[in-house]
Design a protein around this ligand. Sequence first.
Ligand code: 4AD
Ligand code: MG
Length: 432
Amino acid sequence: MVQKIRIIDAKDHVDEEVKIGVWLTDKRSSGKISFLQLRDGSAFFQGVVVKSQVSEEVFETAKGLHQENSFYVTGVIHEDSRSHFGYEIEVSDIEVVCESEGYPITPKEHGVDFLLDNRHLWLRSKRPFAIMQIRNEMIRATYEFFNQEGFIKIDPPILTGSAPEGTTELFHIEYFDNDAYLSQSGQLYMEAGAQAFGKVFSFGPVFRAEKSKTRRHLTEFWMIEPEMAFTNQAESLEVQEKYIAYLVQSVIDNCEYPLHLLDRDIETLKKYTKLPYPRLSYDDAIKMLQAAGYETKWGDDFGAPEETYISDQFEQPVFVMNYPKAIKPFYMKPDPTRDDVYLCADLLAPEGYGEIIGGSERETDYETLKQQIQAAGLDEKEYEWYLDLRRYGSTPHSGFGLGFERAITWICHLDHLREAIPFPRMINRIYP
Ligand code: 4AD
Ligand code: MG
């Protein structure tokens, strides 16, 4: 019996006869030889069918294959120094599984709207393949990192009655006779988790009714939200930079082939594994922008151009620290040395990718937090449970949220977040 393998394991089967389930991505034939471009879900590679080596029937079958036909190939694995992947199969037999005629995504260039309409098929192409491999590695590395650091994973609810990040971007749903919302952040629940388990992290989908069409916003995206008891903001920043460097290093170590498919420069990525990352106060960021001719005033939030300008002044990701209270949510702890800023930071990615992390130290004092809830115009009743965390054994604690697709978009060097998630959801897209 010929062994069934996946081509990613080819190095263990050189010069052996194997069987692989594949799809055809492209083909070139002459009278004497057919070159089949194949994928088996684990890599893209070539199959060679030589007329003089196979039966008439096999050669004719090869010539008649269409793009995305599924079939089994049987043959001998050879090293192939001309392709980056490094292996090919010399085909001796073909067993067709399913026909495919008129596959819409041909090897020519297609517009992105067409590709998104066909996302269920587009996922088969090289570029989405490479991005999803890197996404998967970042998922793996995230679990590994936080487990090594002694965190446990806690899953916050997705159906919620409260709005930690402000009420404008909520998806409202009917919940029997009540109102509910899709979670925009699990943070408040992670704070409960931190007081129970010390160090916790979540990794799940969050939802924001983003009405703007930008390259940086999805309506459904994934967030990693660690939360740590007995931890101040400075200590939290150290965890953040260590985590980001770990993600980048894991992708460098384990995604050489996907990075090659995306043409991503590894030397650039290596710069992001050097710690510490620079820290810049919001005040100094404003001065930096004003010196460069921006009209930004103290108290303004940064838009994409400001974030890009700031990050362009650094070789690594940069923490912008201590933003004005008015532009950040109610749960943050004010700077004890001054009244107008919070102990918080956003991490801006290099190469113009903007904010990938938002985090802060949390307010721990019952009365102050209650006032901040009132001042934010929120319904105190809905935050009774959250205030309980300050009634019973409150501790200094800090946490952060990494926007997962933002991080992927930066590490893969993509133009738009929509390519960083298998099925993107945006204001004008909920199909397929
Ligand atoms: O800065 P944000 O709003 O922070 C929070 O939600 C905190 N509760 C996190 C925490 O401290 N536990 O969102 C966190 C990150 C942002 O830095 C950004 O990377 C990403 O989430 N993000 C989005 N990503 C994709 N599409 C959107 N619409 C996003 N909005 C925010
Ligand atoms: Mg933010």
